[in-house]
Design a protein around this ligand. Sequence first.
Ligand SMILES: Nc1nc2c(ncn2[C@@H]2O[C@H](COP(=O)(O)OP(=O)(O)OP(=O)(O)O)[C@@H](O)[C@H]2O)c(=O)[nH]1
Ligand SMILES: [Mg+2]
Length: 485
Amino acid sequence: MPTLTDIAEEIRLAARALGEFGAGLFNPTVRLGVTGLSGAGKTVFITALVHQLLHGGRLPVFEAQSGGRIARARLEPQPDDAVPRFDYEAHLRALTEERRWPESTTRISELRLVIEYQSARGARNRTLTLDIVDYPGEWLLDLPLLTASYAQWSADTLKLSRVGPRAALAAAWHRHLAALDPSAPEDEQAAREATRLFTDYLKACRNERYAMRLLPPGRFLMPGDLAGSPALTFAPLELPDGEAPAGSLWAMMERRYEAYKNVVVRPFYREHFARLDRQIVLVDALAAFNAGPEAVRDLEGALASILASFRTGSASIVSALFRPRVDRILFAATKADHLHHANHDRLERFLARTTERAIERAKFSGAGIDVVALAAVRATREATVARGRDKLPAIIGTPLAGETVGREGFDGATEVASFPGDLPDDLASLFERDGFTGLTAATDTDFRFLRFRPPLTEPGATGAPTLPHIRLDRALQFLLGDRLA
Ligand SMILES: Nc1nc2c(ncn2[C@@H]2O[C@H](COP(=O)(O)OP(=O)(O)OP(=O)(O)O)[C@@H](O)[C@H]2O)c(=O)[nH]1
Ligand SMILES: [Mg+2]
């Protein structure tokens, strides 16, 4: 039964949708969502994209720019008063002046860019307003909760925690769980302890060793202002069939789970997600490879779950009015500059395959989907280095200060040639338990885990620093090409 508040909220959202539609007629706007799990490369991607558009960077595949049809791009104040502005200037300064990667960001942020261009046919001058929204991918994994009851979510989460390497990570939490009686009277301390152990388990899954990412509730890992509130103090329970007895621990957890959906998930969905037109999902596939097949399969699960939230046909998630209107989704494997270019196509094929499997799993249809392997900021160059009689393909970059290989430590100022090794030809082996144990190393002293500093930049035609990239132009062409035709 919708309450009066629900109805008022529906009217507000309908009015907003209508207003945005009207404004869009005179002033075409694209809202581009940029997401990806923590560390996937969102901040670097947005900074590089904006910089390339503002300063006419070299983007051969992006037709509007390479064809000289973009007259000018400029930043404007962004329209959502309650959303922090994406701090483009600070991130760019970090990258180009200090040659360090920007700080990790844990909140949503937004930036508006206005592009003046000429249409591909006539000489008519037009403008396209591009609103870029950066939000944590962890939050997106929460959307499936909207259609799951507490009992369902409990059962699914417990089931997942009992298989593979997750089982060991969940041991302490499982022990606590075994001692809990869901039908016992509600108990704040028991709820807090269960939440603490459950959150520890989620964090352990996320750590680099497993790099596992299929982990709702997202705010347990990125709580923001809500840390410690009841809406974030619940955990799955081992439940019998039937209803929660009044006043029980079970009822308490169920109530809080529903509160989480109401105060966290739904507002995000309505205020941000449902208003997006285009979406790029950044994926750190290399981190998953390094962690092994469990992580690779987890990645596939995460992509399926993300796709499910974009399923346009599903009226079950929210009422039709708030269906996402996203019509193009790009999955991008980031940091491709860690691999020699001979491997970029393989990386792309891997992502295409994972995405296909995810599409099947999520029974997805609706939006156009593409994949790309890219580096928003290319930190390495390529070279061929002689090793004895062999000539090996190498990448050259400046490792971050403190990075080490064996006993050798780096000072953050010295360039090295490294031999990143190859992705396997047989992509299926990446998913199999014993099929894949890391990139096939080219030498014993392979430096494939090194992280590099951003590149040394030179001023371009406008005097602004030029940022090298890999296939950023392909991403832009897919995301914006038709809107600038
Ligand atoms: N070599 C290389 N490294 C990159 C690139 N993009 C991102 N990285 C690395 O990945 C790290 C994370 O990138 P961010 O852009 O901060 O990732 P994010 O998704 O915004 O992460 P959070 O803000 O923590 O959610 C950076 O600190 C870099 O070390 C790239 O194009 N090339
Ligand atoms: Mg960020």
